[in-house]
Ligand binder design. Structure first.
Ligand code: FES
Ligand SMILES: [Fe+2]
Length: 458
């Protein structure tokens, strides 16, 4: 052949090129990807409390937000109390984003109707007070409103049926003495499921965050650990990854409580080189759907001895904890060093899950998606999904953590097998102390971990 003849493709080899046969896009996963009112996934998500805003970002003006596909307005009344209502005034649809915050609620800018935080129409000042149509509308019509709770700098809302409102859950990591919990948020321009998946995908840490994009967290994460997945109480999923770092065994635990609560180990405090006993998650985080094609991670970043170092207690530090890079970077830098945003937003606004090829390392993802599907089905039959489990008066027990034990490889033994045994022992042991109070439970776990380090796995 002459040197300017195109190479590679010949009629005989053209059959290997499957672009044409695969050019139809795969379907999206309608059942779990849609979040709007009345959709399967949307009704399921409306069974839970979700964070919807950061308290310090709400000033004296109403704030338009979108959550679960609904356009809403968050506002303060009577100084520091909070209200969350549908955006459009039931008179003639003016936006309450332009309303006025007052002592008793929010007043529409257009004709001055005043609404209580529960949506009651308190005043229709343009109408004669005893005019029948105005009386009827005040009695029979309400502005849509949702209950909200402010807790440690985040504002949570419950958007489901009012008679089914669950208890507001409080988590153990928020009750650790000396831990600073700083609220942060990270927006994603894609469906919530593809953001959520990463928490049950410990292998992406090895590739995306380490081998591909220079170590965005610690060097030790560049090894694939021994993986193990657990499901507990039908809504709590755990993925452990146990790695060898010199003479240490590093057990890192990611967790998901359905539908969208996530924790992991630390981002920067643990690298496997130093002993660590039940260090807690660097974030306590929810992946909240804005609509079908956008989501926001609302979270606390956790700083202190058991979390990440205080030096990361900045806006940029929180972004590094969230995804290994700051959010605002040049397109070139994003291509050279992609982080979670690039990985999950790059799939498109709603990933076509039906075109995936899930592998054994994706087991955590298969497990949790299957459980969501089951719970959606049950909900359609009238059975509501479980709320985060807690024992008695204790806060919700969580397991996101790092433990680094000085357990060197055993002569003549398969070290991968040994690491898997260490990971399993650390996890199983953690489940033993759930009935104790926070401090007693932590102390018992830490003591037992030190015992494993000294005496080996019993
Ligand atoms: S549109 Fe709100 S009071 Fe008229
Ligand atoms: Fe990640």
């Amino acid at each position: 052949m002459s040197s300017n003849t195109p190479d590679i493709v010949t009629p005989a080899s053209a059959g290997n090129f499957r672009g044409y046969h695969q050019s139809q896009p795969a379907d999206i996963d309608e059942e779990i990807a849609r979040v709007g009112s009345g959709t399967s996934g949307g009704e399921y998500l409306r069974c839970f409390w979700h964070p919807v805003f950061i308290t310090s970002e709400l000033g004296d003006l109403p704030q338009a937000i979108k959550i679960l596909g609904e356009e809403l307005v968050l506002f303060r009344y009577s100084g520091d109390k909070l209200g969350l209502v549908h955006k459009y005034c039931p008179h003639r649809r003016a936006s309450l984003e332009y309303g006025r915050c007052e002592d008793r609620g929010i007043r529409c800018c257009y004709h001055g109707w005043l609404f209580a935080p529960d949506g009651e129409i308190l005043e229709t000042p343009g109408e004669a007070p005893d005019a029948e149509p105005a009386k009827v509308v005040r009695e029979r019509t309400r502005l849509g409103a949702y209950p909200v709770i402010e807790y440690k700098g985040l504002i949570f809302a419950y958007m489901g049926p009012p008679d089914q409102m669950p208890e507001f859950p409080v988590y153990d990591v928020l009750e650790i003495e000396d831990m600073t919990n700083r609220p942060y948020k990270a927006p994603y321009t894609c469906n919530w499921i593809q953001v959520l998946d990463a928490i049950m995908d410990p292998v992406h840490t090895t590739f995306l965050h380490s081998q591909n994009s220079h170590p965005q967290f610690s060097e030790g994460m560049s090894e694939i650990g021994e993986l193990k997945f657990y499901e507990r109480n039908e809504n709590h999923f755990l993925g452990s990854s146990t790695r060898r770092v010199d003479d240490n065994a590093w057990v890192r635990m990611n967790e998901l409580i359905l539908p969208n609560f996530t924790q992991a180990g630390s981002a920067f405090a643990a690298d496997g080189t130093q002993s660590r006993y039940f260090g807690r998650s660097c974030f306590t985080r929810w992946v909240v759907p804005v609509d079908d094609e956008n989501s926001i991670a609302y979270a606390w970043a956790n700083f202190g001895e058991r979390g990440d170092p205080h030096q990361y207690n900045t806006k940029e530090g929180c972004e590094l904890i969230e995804q290994g890079e700051v959010l605002d970077r040049s397109p070139e830098e994003k291509q050279r060093y992609p982080a979670d945003s690039e990985a999950v937003e790059g799939m498109g606004s709603i990933s076509t899950h039906k075109g995936e090829n899930l592998m054994p390392t994706d087991r955590g993802i298969s497990l949790y998606r299957r459980r969501i599907r089951q719970q959606i089905k049950d909900l359609k039959q009238g059975e509501r999904p479980p709320q985060p489990w807690r024992h008695g008066e204790n806060s919700v027990r969580t397991y996101g953590q790092d433990t680094v034990l000085n357990l060197s490889p055993k002569d003549g033994e398969n070290d991968r097998k040994y690491l898997a045994e260490i990971g399993a022992a650390v996890m199983d042991m953690q489940f033993q102390y759930e009935e104790q109070g926070n401090e007693a439970r932590d102390a018992a776990i830490i003591e037992k971990l030190k015992d494993i380090e000294t005496n080996g796995i019993s």
